[in-house]
Design a protein around this ligand. Structure first.
Ligand code: HEM
Length: 82
């Protein structure tokens, strides 16, 4: 698999996990404010999902940042070029 495809697979996975984290975050906020379940899930259940998605997203971000590091440093050079 070439690097563009590796980047695309990783970024898409990252986006999917991010949407999951966003959903759980809204759910925790909702259950805290109302005391009602969110899509049938209680706050402890939402926390369980968050405890899986959170570390997974952090791990994906570390890999994402590592493979995009070269691109990022080139951007910084352009930013600080006089
Ligand atoms: C929802 C989470 C994220 C998504 C969907 C995402 C998506 C993308 C995409 C599509 C690219 C273009 C290159 C590629 O496909 O790999 C990219 C580049 C990049 N991303 Fe992310 N990203 C996310 C989060 C992050 C985070 C949290 C960081 C930093 C800690 C980061 C750092 C970078 C860097 C440094 C680049 C290189 C290009 C640039 O500096 O603009 N990304 N990202």
């Amino acid at each position: 698999m070439n690097m563009v495809k590796v980047r695309a697979v990783l970024s898409t996975t990252l986006l999917a996990v991010f949407i999951g984290v966003l959903f759980v975050t809204v759910g925790v906020f909702y259950t805290t404010k109302t005391g009602h379940p969110f899509f049938g899930m209680t706050k402890p259940q939402l926390f369980k999902i968050r405890n899986v998605l959170g570390p997974l997203m952090n791990a994906l971000i570390i890999v994402h940042l590592t493979i995009n590091w070269g691109m990022y440093t080139r951007e910084l050079k352009v930013l600080f070029r006089r």
